[in-house]
Structures are given as C-alpha cells and as structure tokens.
Ligand binder design. Structure first.
Ligand SMILES: C[S@@+](CC[C@H](N)C(=O)[O-])C[C@H]1O[C@@H](n2cnc3c(N)ncnc32)[C@H](O)[C@@H]1O
Length: 302
C-alpha cells in the first residue's frame, strides 16, 4: 500500500483509501478514508477537500498506510486518530474507554437542561454526579457549560467509573480542557465509589451504563471488538447494571432528585416497570433520539 500512497495527491489518496476500506468491508469507507487521509496531513476533512493536489511526504504516507491497515481489520477511526468530535468537543479516545456515541449527546443535553433549570429555581448548590463516566465526555460537557457556576460553588460535579483506566482517560480529557480542578473523580461501583467525598446524595444523577446484552457485546460487530467489554456488557437482557443502579436509588437519591439514564432500543418499558417496583415514589418519562427511539429515561423522585 505504501508505494501506491507516496507521491499520490490528496484526491488520489482519498480515492485509493476509500477503495481499500470498501473492499475491507467498512460501512463508511469514504468518510473513514477522508478522515484518515486528512489526519495524515495533520488537517481536517474540510482542508482535505479544499486541497486535492496536496502531496504527503514519505513518512506520513507510511503512517497512513499503517492506519488503513488498522481500519481494514475493523479498528474504529476514533482509536486510530486518538480523538472523536462529540458535541462540538474534541474527546481524546483510546482503548481505555468506550468511544462516545452520537446518541449520548441527548443525555448530555438533558443533563445540561436539568442543571440549568435547577440553577434558576434553587438557591442551594446543585450536586450532579455522572456515574460510569468512561472517557469523561458527558462530564466534560457539563464542566464546560457550568464552568462559572462550578467555580462559584453553585454547582458541584462528580464523576465516577468502576474502571481505573477509564477514569485516567476522563481525567486527561478534563485536564486538556482546563476543567479538571472543577470535578471530583472517584473509582468504584455505581453510586458506591468509596473515594468520592461528595455529593453522597446528588440532586442529579446522569448515567450511560452498559446496556447491550452479553450476546450483542461479544458479537464482535463494528467497533465493539476493540472497546472495553465492561463498557458494553449489560448481562443476559442488557439491564443487569441498570437494574442494580435503580435499586440503589431509594437510599442514594434525595427527595426531588432526578436521574437521567441512557437506555438501549426497546428497554424503556422494562425500566418503567423496574422504577415502579422501587420503594420510592417517582415520575418516569423518556426522551426520544433523532431516530424516534426512547433513548433517555428521566426519573424524578417525589
Ligand atoms: C457505555 S460506557 C459509557 C461511557 C461514557 N459515559 C459515554 O457515554 O461514552 C459504560 C461505562 O460504565 C462503566 N461501568 C460498568 N460497570 C460499572 C459499574 N458497576 N459501576 C460504575 N461504572 C461502571 C464502564 O467502565 C464504562 O466506562
């Protein structure tokens, strides 16, 4: 592949790379190719399209050939490039954590709306906790949106994960954006992280827990083979981790508290039933994603 790439102009590179990735079975060969070729130039896709005659030097062409090799065996572009554009932020991505998905932007936006509404309504500081933060994408969105309120102590923000590797990545993402000092990070199981000083009774809990069935998580489909199994596997019916979080709520969520929970396709009815069975009074609603799927469950404790 190297000999084909060196000396070829950007337009030719994109075409050759697209053909290669299409033959390898990528579902989005042109997009992947353009992202990787642009990255080899140290630029983005817009630049690439505007500079069809640009030529890569030998070293960059060799690097690109390696990236195409990796993409050809299914490794996601976000792991190859080392970042993902998500909710207008650049999230550092690698195998320590799940690549943030477009549908999770809905969860982050719902959390932003909820905290913003509480800031207007409540005089007391608002405690928000993202459980299972992974790369830290959602928490980063909250920290950037409420940077001033966090600095003033009007909002307190915590994020946790059971995976120390994921937390390391989350910490790197927060540091890269200059907001690490505004977030308490803790390692531990669901709402139990032993090292998290506060908030122990959060006003707002945000979580995108693993919700694939074990069968789906281990199918090797798409990027799943490259992502941490603990970020994906929700047990036989996909709801094992979510079920455990729900059972913690009566003890851990204060009166008037809100939980925002991303769920998988077709899980809304079961989650509604699970909440109805909890020994606490709560209203349950859902938010739909752009495909019309009930994607975020909202639980409001009375
Ligand atoms: C679907 S990923 C979500 C990551 C990130 N919040 C996002 O939306 O991109 C699920 C995350 O849950 C974490 N996790 C799995 N089981 C957990 C548990 N029992 N307690 C806390 N975190 C858990 C995994 O390590 C992983 O980072």
């Amino acid at each position: 592949m190297r000999s084909t790439l060196s000396g070829t102009d950007a337009r030719g590179l994109a075409a050759a790379a697209t053909g290669r990735l299409r033959a390898a079975g990528s579902p989005t060969p042109r997009l992947d190719a353009e992202l990787l070729v642009a990255h080899a130039f140290g630029r983005d896709r817009t630049w690439l399209l505007a500079h069809p005659d640009a030529v890569l030097d030998e070293t960059a062409a060799t690097t690109l050939a390696g990236w195409l090799e990796r993409r050809s065996v299914g490794e996601p572009v976000a792991y190859i490039r080392g970042f993902k554009e998500w909710l207008s932020q650049r999230i550092i991505t690698d195998r320590r954590a799940l690549i943030p998905r477009p549908e999770t932007e809905l969860l982050a936006e719902a959390a932003i709306d909820e905290i913003a509404a509480r800031l207007v309504r409540d005089a007391e500081p608002i405690s928000a906790w993202e459980v299972a933060t992974g790369s830290g994408a959602v928490t980063l969105a909250l920290a950037l949106r409420f940077r001033t309120a966090l600095a003033l102590g009007r909002v307190r923000l915590a994020a946790s994960d059971v995976s120390p590797e994921a937390l390391e990545l989350a910490s790197e993402n927060l540091s890269a954006a200059g907001v690490a000092g505004l977030v308490a990070l803790g390692c531990g199981d669901l709402l139990d992280p032993p090292v998290l000083p506060s908030p122990l009774r959060p006003d707002v809990v945000v979580a995108n827990l693993p919700y694939l069935t074990t069968r789906e998580a281990t199918s090797g489909e798409g990027s799943l083979r490259f992502e941490p199994p603990a970020a994906l596997d929700g047990g036989t019916d996909g709801l094992a981790v979510i079920r455990r979080l729900l059972t913690q709520l009566p003890d851990r969520l204060g009166p008037g508290g809100t939980v925002l929970l991303e769920i998988g396709v077709g899980q809304a009815d079961v989650v509604r039933e699970l909440v109805a069975d909890l020994p606490m009074a709560a209203d349950v609603g859902t938010l739909r994603d752009l495909a019309g799927t009930e994607r975020v469950v909202r639980i409001d404790r009375s």
